[in-house]
Design a binder for this molecule. Structure first.
Ligand SMILES: Nc1nc2c(c(=O)[nH]1)N[C@H]1C(S)=C(S)[C@@H](COP(=O)(O)O)O[C@H]1N2
Ligand SMILES: [Mo]
Length: 479
C-alpha cells in the first residue's frame, strides 16, 4: 500500500468510525500512521480540545486535525469543520447544505459520498456529546398516547427485528432554484428565499430500520393517540445544548402505510454516518426530508398536536394561496409560539424528474465556488447522437412514465430502466437525442400512477421555495 493510499484509507476510516476514533487505540494508531505519512508532526486528535470542548463550536474537534490532512493538500478530499464526511463530490452551498452533484449521479443507489447533506447546525459528534455516542445513546418514548413509557439503548434497538427499504430522501427545497430561473420569483411580493440546491437535494439509499410498528407494539399505542413528535434536540449552536430540532407526524402515518416508517441505523450497509443522523434517525419515506429527523433522542406520542419550528415557520408553505393552520388549546409548543404558525407544513412530495446535466444559473448570484458552470453559462454537449439519462420519482403513488421534449416540441416517451420497485423508489430513465449544434432546451416530466404529472404551469409562490415540482427547464448548448 502506498503512503497516499494508506492515508486515504485511514481518512475514510476516520470519517466512518465517527468519534470513537478518538477513544480507541486501533484508530488512534492508524491515524498516527496517517499523520506520519502526510509528513505532519504532532497528534491528530486534540485531547486538549476535548477537555475544553463544552463551550466551543462542534467544529473545533476537527479543527485540531492538521490542515494538510483536512483540506486536501494531498488531493485527499474536501472537508468542512462542521461536517464529517469527505465533501469532494458535493456542491459546497454552505456548511449546512452540501448538494448532490446530480449531473454526476449514475447509480440506482446513491453512494454516501454523493448523498446531499442538509443540517440546521453542525453535525454533532460523540466526542462532544454523549447523546450521539452509541454507548450512551438513549431513545425515550413517552406521552399520553401510549400505555408504557420506555427508554431504548442502541443495543436494544439493533437486536430488534429490522427491515430495509431502498427509497429516496428529498429536501422540500430541492428545485428551489427553478422558482428563480424558470418562474422569476426573485424579488418583490414573490421573492423566494433559501439555498440554491438546483436539483441536488435528493438521493436514494438503502436504509435498514426497526419498523415503528414494532416500537408501537412495545409501548402499546392507544386508540386516542393522534400525533408523534420525533425529536432530536442534539444538533445545536453549541455542543451539549438542547436545540429546537424535531418534527411532528400524524399517528395515522405510522399505522396506515405498512412498515415503511422506522428507526434507521444503517445506510447503504454502513453504520448510519454522523452527517446523516447517526447513530439513529427516523425515516419517513415519501415525505419531505425534514420529517426524517436525524440524531433522534425522543419520541413523544400524544393525543394533542405539537408545534415546533419545522412545522410552524420552517419547511411550511407560506404564501397567498396557503392558509395557516390553527392550533388546538392543548397542543404542545416547543421553541415556537402560536402566532409563529405561518402555513401548512410540507408533507408528501410530488412526482419529479431530473436529467444529469448541470443547470444554467442566471438569477442566483451566489454560485457555489465548486459549481461546474459560471454565472449564465450553459452546459455544453458535443453534437451527434447523445443519450440523456435521468431519474424520476413520485413517492405518493409511484412512477408510471416519463416524457421529454426538446425546444417545446411534442412530448415523447423516455425509456424507463428497471427496477421500478414501487412508490418510494426512484426509477432511472433515458432517451436518445440527435443533438444539432446550437442552443436548446430539454424538459422532462414524470407522471405518477395516479395520473399526477409535473405541471407546465407555474407552481404557486411560497416564500421558502418549497416543493418545486414543475417541469424542469434545462438549457444546453450543443457544439
Ligand atoms: N436533527 C435534525 N434532523 C434533520 C435536520 C436537521 O437539521 N436536524 N434536517 C432535516 C432536513 S430539512 C432534511 S432535508 C433531511 C436531510 O437529511 P440528510 O442530511 O441525511 O440528507 O434531514 C432532516 N432531519
Ligand atoms: Mo429539508
Amino acid at each position: 500500500m502506498s503512503d497516499l493510499e494508506r492515508l486515504r484509507r485511514s481518512r475514510a476510516d476516520f470519517d466512518r468510525s465517527r468519534e470513537s476514533a478518538v477513544l480507541t487505540r486501533r484508530n488512534f494508531v492508524s491515524a498516527t500512521v496517517a499523520t506520519a505519512a502526510a509528513g505532519v508532526a504532532g497528534a491528530i486528535y486534540p485531547r486538549q480540545a476535548l477537555a475544553e470542548n463544552s463551550n466551543r463550536l462542534l467544529g473545533s474537534f476537527r479543527s485540531g486535525i492538521p490542515a494538510a490532512t483536512r483540506h486536501g493538500a494531498l488531493g485527499l478530499g474536501r472537508y468542512r469543520d462542521e461536517l464529517v464526511k469527505d465533501l469532494s463530490q458535493l456542491t459546497d452551498l454552505s456548511f449546512k447544505s452540501q448538494g448532490a452533484q446530480w449531473w454526476q449521479l449514475n447509480t440506482f443507489i446513491t453512494p454516501i459520498e454523493q448523498f446531499f447533506i442538509r443540517n440546521t447546525y453542525a453535525t454533532p459528534l460523540a466526542a462532544y456529546d454523549k447523546r450521539v455516542d452509541r454507548e450512551h445513546w438513549r431513545l425515550k418514548i413517552h406521552g399520553n398516547g401510549i400505555e408504557r413509557e420506555i427508554t431504548l439503548t442502541y443495543d436494544d434497538l439493533i437486536k430488534m427485528p429490522s427491515r430495509s427499504i431502498v427509497c429516496t430522501l428529498e429536501c422540500a427545497g430541492n428545485g428551489r432554484t427553478m422558482f428563480w430561473e424558470k418562474q422569476g420569483m426573485n424579488s418583490g411580493d414573490t421573492k423566494v428565499k433559501g439555498n440554491g440546491w438546483g436539483l441536488g437535494a435528493v438521493g436514494q439509499a438503502e436504509w435498514q430500520y426497526v419498523p415503528m410498528s414494532h416500537i408501537l407494539g412495545l409501548v402499546g399505542l392507544k386508540k386516542s393517540a393522534k400525533w408523534a413528535l420525533f425529536w432530536s434536540g442534539v444538533d445545536a449552536k453549541r455542543a451539549g445544548e438542547q436545540s429546537e430540532t424535531g418534527r411532528p407526524l400524524p399517528v395515522g402515518e405510522l399505522t396506515g402505510r405498512g412498515d415503511v416508517i422506522g428507526l434507521v441505523y444503517k445506510m447503504n450497509g454502513l453504520d448510519l454516518p454522523p452527517d446523516h443522523g447517526g447513530p439513529v434517525r427516523v425515516l419517513v419515506p415519501g415525505w419531505t426530508g425534514a420529517a426524517s429527523i436525524k440524531w433522534l433522542t425522543e419520541i413523544k406520542i400524544a393525543e394533542n398536536n405539537f408545534w415546533v419550528p419545522l412545522s410552524a415557520f420552517d419547511h411550511v408553505f407560506e404564501g397567498p394561496t396557503y392558509k395557516a393552520p390553527k392550533p388546538d388549546p392543548d397542543d404542545e409548543f416547543r421553541f415556537c409560539k402560536p402566532k409563529q404558525i405561518v402555513g401548512p407544513m410540507v408533507t408528501w412530495l410530488k412526482p419529479k424528474s431530473l436529467i444529469t446535466l448541470p443547470l444554467q444559473v442566471t438569477e442566483s448570484h451566489a454560485l457555489p465556488h465548486n459549481y461546474p458552470l459560471k454565472l449564465a453559462e450553459k452546459p455544453r454537449l458535443p453534437s451527434g447522437q447523445r443519450t440523456i439519462t435521468g431519474f424520476a420519482w413520485g413517492p405518493q403513488y409511484g412512477v408510471a412514465r416519463v416524457d421529454y421534449r426538446i425546444d417545446s416540441g411534442p412530448w415523447q416517451r423516455a425509456t424507463l430502466r428497471g427496477p421500478n420497485m414501487g412508490r418510494y423508489t426512484w426509477v432511472r430513465f433515458h432517451f436518445d437525442w440527435d443533438a444539432q449544434p446550437g442552443d436548446h432546451v430539454i424538459e422532462t416530466r414524470t407522471t405518477d400512477l395516479a395520473g399526477q404529472k409535473q405541471p407546465d404551469e407555474d407552481i404557486p409562490f411560497n416564500s421558502g421555495g418549497y416543493e418545486f415540482w414543475g417541469v424542469p427547464r434545462m438549457p444546453v448548448t450543443v457544439v
